[in-house]
Design a binder for this molecule. Structure first.
Ligand code: FAD
Length: 364
């Protein structure tokens, strides 16, 4: 008999499995993919750690979570400083004085502020859609070059037809600072993420290529409790309907060149380039290999047979999720967690925080 059957060997399930095992609990971890690590998984190709499910940059503002992770890895000094490529011209991100200087040929924060204030003022009424919202927050130039095409590709719809709630604020810095994040702790685990998961799961029994939902009854019989980190609606057989997601497709290429784009992440912000980003994996770890591996990210509409990546937390989906959550609360042996189980866009730090909170409640 297992104390816990943990469905999903991603970050939530693996952190829970580690803490439970430390408390002497017997854990069975089931994973339907052929590897551990969930979307944080990295694989080694040509001596390069490839982020198979998109760029994963660890950052947190919580010292406790930073220290938790440091038990399992050493972080390097990577700082995410992505670039925007708009029709072949390169700009710095996030929007900061380097971006504005290139965009308008100016040099001082006051000049940049004056231009943005003037452009913002052109939108006088309360914004009704994403386009008007963005124009009212940053003005025409930043919107048209960096937001419009990228957002349309991401969502598969014109910005005029997207709700303004998608963009509540657009961070703009009037300093020459290209660090994408504000968190005090940031880095990439040396040697990739998968090694962290090997350590987290060392004391658990792990079964790969195993879909819990296909053998639900059998696993329920041999476990005192289930921790489910798959999609909450799939567990309940979509009885109220399916929750919606956005998906992505990653196309990897091995190139016979040591340095393709000179930086880990480039966003392609025009409408016509079909992908949104190119990741060059070696730059996450300052690689000097002779070859390089890049991934192009193509946004994709989601359907039930492809990977769900980003929950669409609009009103309709949120209301649907609440119905499943109410159903879940009636089940005593069952706990939902993680990005898919809680239907929340969780970064890694949020996922770890949520898993550790569950451990505090559950592992007394
Ligand atoms: P997952 O990683 O999705 O793990 C859930 C696991 O459950 C999966 O492996 C799945 O196969 C398995 N599963 C589902 N159903 C079943 C079933 N029925 N039976 C068996 N197994 C099942 N966070 C950051 O902090 N920094 C970043 O830079 C960053 N970049 C990201 C980029 C992309 C493209 C995406 C999608 C996410 C990114 N994240 C990032 C978020 C990060 O990936 C998540 O916080 C984290 O992976 C969530 O872990 P999880 O365990 O909840 O979910």
């Amino acid at each position: 008999m297992f104390d816990y059957c943990i469905v999903g060997a991603g970050l939530f399930g693996s952190v829970f499995a580690y803490e439970a095992s430390q408390k002497g609990k017997k854990c069975l971890v089931l994973e339907k993919r052929n590897h551990i690590g969930g979307n944080c998984y990295t694989k080694e190709l040509e001596n390069i750690n490839v982020h198979s499910y998109g760029a994963h940059i660890f950052r947190t503002s919580d010292e406790k979570i930073w220290n938790f992770m440091k038990q399992f890895c050493e972080f390097n000094h990577f700082i995410n400083s992505p670039l925007a490529n708009y029709k072949g011209t390169i700009y710095n991100l996030p929007f900061n004085m380097n971006t504005f200087s290139k965009l308008w040929g100016i040099s001082t924060p006051q000049e940049a502020q004056n231009i943005i204030t003037k452009q913002k003022a052109l939108i006088q009424k309360e914004p009704e859609n994403l386009e008007e919202q963005a124009l009212s927050l940053v003005g025409k130039d930043v919107y048209e070059k960096f937001i419009k095409g990228y957002t349309q590709k991401q969502w598969g719809r014109a910005c005029k037809d997207l709700p303004k709630s998608i963009i509540r604020r657009i961070p703009v810095r009037f300093t020459y600072d290209n660090n994408y994040f504000n968190d005090p702790y940031q880095g990439i685990p040396k040697g990739g993420y998968t090694k962290i998961f090997e350590k987290l799961l060392r004391q658990s029994e792990v079964r790969l290529n195993t879909d819990f939902l296909r053998h639900k009854k059998d696993f329920e019989k041999i476990s005192r409790k289930i921790i489910f980190t798959g999609t909450i609606d799939s567990y309940f057989e979509y009885q109220f309907g399916a929750l919606e997601y956005r998906s992505l497709e990653f196309k990897e290429e091995l190139l016979d060149t040591p340095n393709y784009q000179g930086v880990a992440v480039v966003n392609f912000t025009d409408e016509n380039t079909p992908y949104t980003r190119i990741i060059e994996h070696k730059h996450f770890e300052f690689g000097t290999q002779e070859k390089t591996i890049i991934s192009k990210e193509y946004p994709k509409a989601w359907s039930q047979d492809i990977e769900p990546y980003y929950p669409i937390n609009d009103e309709a989906n949120q209301a649907l999720y609440e119905k499943y959550k109410a159903l879940a609360q009636k089940e005593h042996k069952l706990i939902f967690g993680g990005r898919l189980g809680e239907y929340k866009y969780y970064d890694m730090t949020d996922t770890i925080a949520s898993a550790l909170k569950l451990c505090e409640r559950e592992l007394v």
